[in-house]
Design a protein around this ligand. Structure first.
Ligand SMILES: *[C@@H]1O[C@H](CO)[C@@H](O)[C@H](O)[C@H]1NC(C)=O
Ligand SMILES: *[C@@H]1O[C@H](CO)[C@@H](O)[C@H](O)[C@H]1NC(C)=O
Ligand SMILES: *[C@@H]1O[C@H](CO)[C@@H](O)[C@H](O)[C@H]1NC(C)=O
Ligand SMILES: *[C@@H]1O[C@H](CO)[C@@H](O)[C@H](O)[C@H]1NC(C)=O
Ligand SMILES: *[C@@H]1O[C@H](CO)[C@@H](O)[C@H](O)[C@H]1NC(C)=O
Ligand SMILES: *[C@@H]1O[C@H](CO)[C@@H](O)[C@H](O)[C@H]1NC(C)=O
Ligand SMILES: *[C@@H]1O[C@H](CO)[C@@H](O)[C@H](O)[C@H]1NC(C)=O
Ligand SMILES: *[C@@H]1O[C@H](CO)[C@@H](O)[C@H](O)[C@H]1NC(C)=O
Ligand SMILES: *[C@@H]1O[C@H](CO)[C@@H](O)[C@H](O)[C@H]1NC(C)=O
Ligand SMILES: *[C@@H]1O[C@H](CO)[C@@H](O)[C@H](O)[C@H]1NC(C)=O
Ligand SMILES: *[C@@H]1O[C@H](CO)[C@@H](O)[C@H](O)[C@H]1NC(C)=O
Ligand SMILES: *[C@@H]1O[C@H](CO)[C@@H](O)[C@H](O)[C@H]1NC(C)=O
Length: 804
């Protein structure tokens, strides 16, 4: 991490017209050129002290651990020892305190994809089963990184009219702030997150006031990025203020609020009265949330005029439009449609409005705040909470899960802290719990199985709802999974994290999972949870409708990670501003004109150079030998371990009489077979998008894919006789036969630099079994170690069907 002083200095010098009073670090004098050197030296000294502290902490932890683990030998190879310097995997290399039992942060670093790297560890005393350690009756022996019980209780019949008597009431009540410093001193995760939040707060402090940059047009993507930037800033600064009582942070928040309320005469911030842009209501909601946090967390610090000013902005720019969305049919039809839909929009819009209403409840002289909650709470429990289907898959995409769950968690947590009840947000959908499991399995060994649209910039959006869900659903795996992720360092985590959690999240977690709801039939299969240099395979089928126009025509689409590289990947979103991009999920939707949304832009079969059927209804099957990882990070799969996913895609295609696609793991999950058994009345083309460079052998029946120095051999087995089929490299562009893109203005496809399409083409209609074998060239395997699978029709695949 870069020294804070460094970041602070680089960002300094920007004019800050609202900052009249400064103190400490932020004295304007220190922003002059002359002070650069001074701050560099101080920063250097601080950094040196931090390093020394880290080394000392590392040694202490290392010794403590030796004591704890003295009963077992060979506890660690010290493999990825991080920068702690002691060689102990438990020093975490991150500085700061050791946590419960002397254990530091588990992950020693993040890889180039931002995924945690775990040290080699085979000592069961270190990573046990995921557990929340219950509080002991002997208070002195309790884990010092958990919050005490809430001194306030809403009584028998909680109601949003009865609110917590003290502030803050949103997410972070005062008893938690009081406990936090001691917890930070005792918990390595909280310690690290606190450091990062302060670093971020400092970085943002020196940024200019957030500009009202419009993305496309106000009703296109509007000012959503702007709103989320303001929210993330306010959140960080408010946190920093409450941890330091340094009013510099308050002044900075105030100048940002005045600007974002449209009250800064020097800047333009939207149309008066509609500055938060209800034409793209997510923007309105996120601004409302930002102002709600500022109002509530700093309630006691604001002067009465400041408090009133923030409240009236929440009412006039946020809640009054929120009420229009619910009470005015005309307004609803153009700007409030989200209140009848189950995806992220419903969560974000109801969530932001609810935070705003809860913040000012009791102070609001209009009654609008209470009225707002009477609409948002039932609507969110009926829609937002229903976004996960019965198997937990988010109705939109793996990336939209982030927006939906962040807003769901913020709203749920705020209701709970402000009123004492979640009003059904957690349990209205009995499958909501499973959406955390969805997130775990959709996370691959490089990145997500990121099918469909990837969504806008995340800014204030994270996966930290996992921490809340871990506690509320009493599922420590969720908490353990998320705490090692890079985006865990954020204010909400400080209040959602239950530091009594112990264990490795992978311990006992099945390697594979089948998501069986027809909306997104899909499966996730892997060789390990902790060694991301292994195999990850995910394939989806399912209906093309019901995804809030964020899906693709992608039945049978898959990703492949081998050896730390994504060999088969996704292209992601097209341009959200393209004509008709969100027009509908119907067959004739303009959305399906764009390459990245068309079937040919997927890792799928294309028949007759045509898109798949939009109104499909495929079926699927799945099997696994069912292994779960053990407590070690060096888990090895037992011989014979396998898993497969098959799907009948007949209803997903035009000009297809029958079609089954199957993917399975072979040879202890070190090879992958992809097979398509198809009877088609038009041409058939097999397509896969890859960043690898491709060369060919065996007259084009073997492709050699090379990616970042890793090599995967791809073999076309049992070439259908008479077809002369071979692999060919195509460009990731539309067919000449495709219907034209919308004109006036002329629309274009996004370029896909570095991407090639590995393809096999059968010009004629016919019956084909296309068998493609992936042989990643693992360091410890030689040519003779690879197996060639028997030919088994996909419809007859079982767990044992390919045993030799
Ligand atoms: C949180 O981090 C800041 C910045 O490094 C530090 O000044 C502060 O002491 C930390 N808080 C606690 C309770 O350790
Ligand atoms: C600020 O936003 C306006 C649109 O409101 C835009 O014209 C301008 O280029 C933006 N400035 C910066 C620095 O981004
Ligand atoms: C901005 O100005 C409007 C109109 O005077 C006022 O109602 C609102 O409270 C102000 N908000 C802030 C944060 O200054
Ligand atoms: C309802 O919304 C429409 C469209 O925004 C607006 O023109 C109209 O004034 C609104 N009606 C009321 C009663 O607020
Ligand atoms: C909100 O709902 C509660 C409970 O149904 C009701 O008592 C209250 O009058 C409602 N408030 C408003 C402003 O509609
Ligand atoms: C949540 O899901 C997990 C994993 O399926 C399960 O272990 C746990 O019991 C569930 N919790 C609740 C409250 O349903
Ligand atoms: C803020 O914190 C996150 C970690 O949660 C980090 O990834 C990000 O780069 C930080 N942003 C800035 C501007 O420092
Ligand atoms: C994965 O491979 C990379 C380099 O290819 C290496 O740096 C890293 O340590 C490996 N990780 C594991 C868990 O083996
Ligand atoms: C190519 O690499 C980029 C960057 O890692 C990734 O976002 C994209 O999904 C990859 N594309 C394919 C087809 O794998
Ligand atoms: C999927 O589509 C089929 C056919 O339209 C329909 O019968 C089925 O109910 C849909 N499944 C889900 C989960 O929406
Ligand atoms: C394929 O199906 C489409 C839609 O039913 C039809 O218009 C087209 O003529 C068919 N093509 C062939 C080659 O059969
Ligand atoms: C490639 O094709 C030629 C001509 O059909 C044949 O003679 C040769 O053996 C083939 N090579 C391989 C490696 O299959």
């Amino acid at each position: 991490m870069r020294p804070l002083s460094d970041i602070r200095y680089e960002q300094a010098g920007k004019s800050d017209p609202y900052l009249h009073q400064s103190s400490g670090f932020y004295d304007p004098a220190s922003r002059s050129k002359g002070s650069k050197k001074k701050w560099w030296i101080i920063g250097g000294i601080l950094l040196l002290l931090l390093i020394i502290a880290a080394i000392v902490a590392g040694i202490v932890v290392s010794n403590a651990n030796k004591k704890n683990a003295s009963a077992s030998s060979g506890s660690s190879s010290g493999g990825a020892g991080g920068s702690g310097g002691s060689g102990s995997p438990l020093s975490g290399g991150q500085g700061g305190p050791a946590g419960a039992g002397g254990v530091g942060r588990f992950a020693v670093a993040t890889d180039t994809y931002g995924l945690p790297i775990y040290p080699t560890e085979t000592n069961s005393a270190v990573y046990g089963a995921p557990t929340f350690v219950p509080p002991s009756s002997d208070a002195s022996s309790n884990v010092p990184s958990t919050f005490p019980a809430d001194p306030w209780s809403p009584g028998d019949s909680p109601s949003w009219i009865v609110t917590r008597p003290d502030r803050p009431r949103l997410i972070a009540p005062s008893y938690k702030w009081a406990a936090l410093p001691n917890m930070i001193a005792n918990d390595p995760y909280l310690f690290g997150w606190n450091e990062t939040i302060f670093g971020n707060a400092t970085f943002y402090y020196n940024e200019p006031l957030t500009n009202y940059s419009i993305d496309g047009c106000l009703s296109c993507s509007g000012v959503l990025d702007v709103a989320r930037q303001v929210k993330v800033k306010v959140k960080s600064w408010a946190y920093a203020y409450r941890m330091t009582n340094d009013s510099t942070w308050v002044d900075r928040i105030w100048s940002e609020l005045v600007n974002a309320a449209g009250n800064n005469t020097d800047t333009y911030f939207g149309e008066e009265g509609n500055n938060w842009n209800y034409a793209h209501f997510l923007d309105t909601a996120e601004f409302t949330a930002a102002f709600a946090i500022a109002y509530d967390w700093l309630y006691d610090v604001w002067t009465q005029p400041q408090r009133d000013a923030i409240m009236w902005s929440i009412l006039d720019l946020g809640i009054s439009w929120g009420l229009q969305a619910y009470t005015n049919q005309t307004f609803h039809d153009s700007n409030g449609w989200w209140n009848a839909v189950n995806g992220n929009w419903n969560c974000v819009c109801n969530g932001g409005l609810s935070l705003g209403a809860l913040a000012i409840l009791g102070d609001d002289p209009t009654g609008m705040a209470e009225q707002m909650l009477n609409y948002t709470v039932p609507d969110a429990t009926a829609n937002c909470a229903m976004a996960p289907s019965t198997d937990g898959t988010w109705s939109e995409t793996a990336n939209y899960w982030y927006f939906g769950t962040t807003a769901h968690a913020e709203m749920t947590s705020s209701l709970m802290t402000a009123t004492g009840s979640d009003y059904g947000m957690l349990n209205a959908n009995p499958s909501f719990n499973e959406t955390a499991l969805f997130h775990i399995y959709v996370t691959g060994m490089t990145s997500l199985f990121n099918y469909g649209d990837h969504g806008p910039n995340k800014y204030s959006t994270t996966a930290n709802g996992m921490l809340l869900y871990g506690s509320e659903y009493n599922t420590p795996v969720y908490t353990l999974f998320q705490r090692d992720r890079f985006d865990a360092a954020e204010p909400w985590s400080m209040f959602w994290y239950d530091g009594s959690v112990t264990g490795g999240w992978w311990d006992g977690l099945p390697l594979d999972h089948y998501f069986d709801n027809g909306l997104d039939l899909w499966a996730s299969m892997r060789s390990s949870w902790t060694n991301n240099n292994g195999t990850y395979v995910a394939m989806k089928s399912g209906n093309h409708t019901g995804h809030q126009t964020h899906g693709d025509l992608d039945g049978g689409d898959f990703v492949l990670d081998f050896m730390g590289q994504r060999f088969a990947g996704e292209l992601g979103s097209g341009d959200y501003l393209s004509t008709g991009y969100f027009s509908s999920e119907g067959q004739d939707s303009q959305r399906w004109l764009y390459y990245r949304k068309r079937t040919e832009g997927q890792n799928a079969i294309v028949v007759g150079e045509q898109n798949q059927v939009a109104n499909n209804g495929p079926t699927a099957n799945f099997g696994t030998t069912g292994e779960a990882q053990d407590y070690t990070t060096t888990y090895t799969i037992p011989a014979g371990s396998t898993a497969f996913f098959t799907t009948d895609l007949t209803s997903t295609y035009f000009n297809v009489t029958s079609y089954q696609r199957g993917i399975r793991l072979l040879n202890n999950r070190r090879q992958v077979l992809l097979q398509d058994d198809i009877v088609a009345t038009a041409s058939v083309q097999w397509r896969m998008h890859t960043n690898a460079t491709i060369t060919y052998q065996d007259n084009g029946t073997t492709a050699i894919l090379t990616l970042e120095g890793k090599v995967a051999q791809v073999k076309l087995l049992n070439v259908p006789t008479g077809t002369g089929a071979t692999f060919q490299t195509l460009d990731p562009v539309r067919y000449a036969s495709d219907p034209p893109l919308p004109t006036n203005p002329q629309q274009v496809d996004q370029p896909n630099p570095g991407v090639s399409v590995l393809s096999i083409t059968f010009q004629d209609a016919g019956t084909y079994s296309i068998q493609v074998l992936f042989n990643p060239q693992w360091d410890d395997m030689s040519a003779s170690d690879f197996v060639t699978p028997p030919t088994v029709p996909v419809s007859q695949w079982t767990v044992t069907s390919h045993n030799s």
